[in-house]
Design a binder for this molecule. Sequence first.
Ligand code: PLP
Length: 425
Amino acid sequence: PPSLSACGLQMSKLTGVRAIMQDIIETLRRHQDRTFINLSVGNPVILPEVEQLWRNSTQTLLSSAEYGQVVCRYGASQGYEPLIRAVQSEFKRLYNLELSDRQILITPGSQALFFLAANAFGGDTPTGELRKIVLPLSPDYTGYGGVSFCPEALVAYRPALETDPSQHRFKYRPDFRQLQIDASTGCVIFSRPCNPTGNVISNGETQSIAALARDYDVPVFIDSAYGQPFPGLHYTAMQPLFFDQAPNVVHCMSLSKAGLPGERLGIAIGDERILRVLEAFQTNLCIHSSRYGQAIAAQAIASGALTTLADQVIRPYYQQKMQRLEAALDQQMPHHIPWYLHRGEGAIFGWLWFQDLPLSDGDLYDQLKQHNVIVVPGHPFFPGLTEPWPHTHQCIRLSLTASDTDIETGVAAIAKVVTQAYRSP
Ligand code: PLP
């Protein structure tokens, strides 16, 4: 190709799980004669009630006088006004939070929001200092690996591990003895609930991270792609932290796991000083998010239907899947093997850790493929972690989007392959 700029070089590489997805697609294409159990899927399930909500909203939009104004017009970079008003009234109703219209920003998906945030606040300053993008608890969302023009700015921290060997469960916690947030920090990002682990960083820990950052006027972007109020995929009690209590916190939402990934809609809620920077960046980059998507989201949020669906349909669906996975593992995995499931506190994945696994997560992925089961190896979920840590090659991610039967058959294959692996290192 023509020679690339430093930034072109950086952005022309696929990072993290995208590279593995390519291998999965090729495997499925090469072996069309075989039936695979695919536990690698990141796309949410299309639940009939959710599809119906978006179909109804579209029909209402089509027959409204507003239609031409929505699809035949450019709009404000900050977002479509009725969507901003809908978010204001829903947050007042649910959390008694008074938002001014300047404290909300709509972006084309939350991935774009993290891209804007990472590059506006992280990277080289005009005086040549490096401002870090801190991921306080590694592993975390693989997509953070590709967001910065300046990859050396991304710094992640090893967590503390809380283990329960008799129950085969574990939980990551932020390790505050290591975590460094200081004058060299540009911003902090973490997902809560977390993809890939299903972890929900506790209320107290979230407040502590925000307080550390506040001392240096550092913004904290809490990635709530699975969080409240929609899709609301948490199975443990959790309190979202908003900027009324922690002024440097930006609550970052996504419509993707609430059934609208294709429309590209992210919502940031936070201090106007932070959001105005992101808004200008967004105008330069892409002007604004899809107006069609914003208009149907405005209706579904204003009526309260989306929040209700999250509570009554989306959360119970995945919570039940999480219980299925836990039961399948408890029944089928041999007790003498040091396997650990991360506590399933949220999101749509199970995260398995095999302590002292005699082979790498990549080899385990390959062996499972031979048994017609596709999982995601864990190592791409540690973006920004540079210190060597064997744990990064001892984990796999399982998707809760599979059918109950596929979850059970998949777990049986995992039990067989890891039993063999521990027997003959
Ligand atoms: N954050 C997390 C934790 C995710 O899992 C995802 C998508 O899988 C995203 C952000 C990006 O989502 P979107 O850009 O569709 O809003």
